[in-house]
Ligand binder design. Structure first.
Ligand code: SF4
Length: 280
């Protein structure tokens, strides 16, 4: 959430809204302490693979050279520092190359030509919280009049039903594609997923998005922004004591939450989480 007090706008990205729904304090930290955000290995692999794909789609390299472009990007990030989570560091380079090849083999043949890569957007919703207009912002991986594509790398296949029922990114981006005048009404949002296994392969997940999805995600974002405003106005209670701290999900861990050390990790150490001996 980014507030523009001069133009009276509040900008929301899909990642912030997802964080808000998962753990509001994590969403707060992402705004107040962005310097804590670390580059973890699976995210770095995804960013590198994106670089190779983008180079192909913008005609700056051939499909044969795409894995090399991805690897070069990954090595640049390695020089800065990558946080090891659950991917064996010895397999990092192999994954970057294999996942890029999986996109070339299993996904690219189905991607229509003539679209635009890496399209930044900021679009108004016409809806307001406290006189501030809600805007959505973000960057589309590939915008085409037939629908938007987004590239993902994942440890396992996506659940189509889960994405159809709950995906926030597909709703926001389709709304934005319509606002930009490239899409016209209902559309299909496609995830080009590359699965990070020894023999990487691609999966295309198509999600239908209609006016109803746009309306619901707008309502959802308005509620999150209203919560954010309520938690930051002058109530006399320190800001960092107001936001809901939700640790009831798998991303709440030293490995997966960048703000662990200033949140749960500041209270609970490994020794506090030792389990007792099991009897019988
Ligand atoms: S450590 Fe857990 S509770 Fe704290 S911000 Fe991260 S996800 Fe939320």
């Amino acid at each position: 959430m980014r507030v523009d007090a001069i133009d009276k706008r509040v900008y929301v990205r899909q990642s912030w809204l997802k964080d808000m729904l998962l753990c509001p304090d994590r969403a707060r930290f992402s705004v107040t302490k962005p310097e804590f955000r670390t580059q973890n290995d699976s995210a770095a692999i995804g960013t590198a693979v994106h670089a190779g794909i983008e180079a192909v789609l913008s005609n700056s390299c051939s499909v044969a050279d795409a894995p090399e472009v991805s690897l070069l990007r990954f090595k640049q990030m390695e020089d800065v520092g990558i946080n090891h989570t659950n991917v064996n560091p010895e397999s990092w380079h192999g994954h970057v190359v294999g996942l890029t090849q999986a996109w070339v083999k299993d996904i690219k043949p189905y991607v229509p030509t003539g679209g635009k890569t890496e399209v930044p957007f900021a679009v108004p919703t016409g809806q307001y919280v406290n006189d501030y207009e809600l805007w959505f912002e973000g960057t589309m991986d590939y915008l085409h009049e037939d629908g938007i594509w987004d590239w993902k790398t994942a440890a396992r296949k996506y659940s189509i039903m889960e994405k159809q029922n709950q995906d926030i990114q597909a709703s926001i981006y389709t709304l934005a594609g319509n606002k930009l005048g490239v899409l016209h009404g209902d559309s299909v949002f496609k995830f080009g997923v590359m699965i990070r296994v020894a023999n990487a392969y691609g999966q295309i997940v198509s999600v239908n998005r209609t006016k109803a999805h746009s309306e619901f995600v707008t309502k959802q974002a308005l509620s999150a922004v209203a919560y954010g405003f309520a938690m930051t106005s002058n109530t006399g209670i320190p800001t960092d004591e107001r936001w809901l701290i939700n640790d009831q999900h798998y991303l709440c861990s030293q490995r997966w939450c960048s703000w662990w050390s200033v949140c749960k990790g500041a209270h609970i150490s490994e020794s506090d989480n030792q389990t007792g001996e099991q009897n019988g």
